[in-house]
Design a binder for this molecule. Sequence first.
Ligand code: ADP
Ligand code: MG
Length: 127
Amino acid sequence: MPQVVEIALFRALQVGLTNTHRHSGSPNVQVTFHRLPNQATLEIKDFGHVIPRPVMDRFHRTGAGSGLGLAGMRKRIKELGGDFTIASTDAGTILFASVPLDDRREQNEEAQGNTAEKTSTADSIFS
Ligand SMILES: Nc1ncnc2c1ncn2[C@@H]1O[C@H](COP(=O)(O)OP(=O)(O)O)[C@@H](O)[C@H]1O
Ligand SMILES: [Mg+2]
């Protein structure tokens, strides 16, 4: 997997877990990661308070939350051609991020000298 994708998903996980801890009041959080052939997905689900309506409205209008966490997450995922969605009810909140993995695009970008896209040695061996 390209390192930029790994980093974006790792940051998304950090923001999601921090938010769950700080804001949700949920005693549990469920994290699901799938590495599919063409796509990596990350879901962070808690069972706490709903995200306040004004925050959700602002997020849907401009991509900005009250802080930088959700907005930054969405920006990073979008920059990679991915999708980032939030579903929040009084049963809890689900953050869902998916990023396309296109091996051909990866190779092209490496050929163009985009070092940020370089895969690790282990990735190269196992891909
Ligand atoms: N898992 C969550 N449960 C309840 N509320 C949340 C959750 N995640 C985010 N929020 C709400 O959304 C707001 C925006 O989150 P974020 O963009 O990460 O900024 P910050 O955490 O700095 O306030 C939070 O202030 C909080 O009100
Ligand atoms: Mg936050």
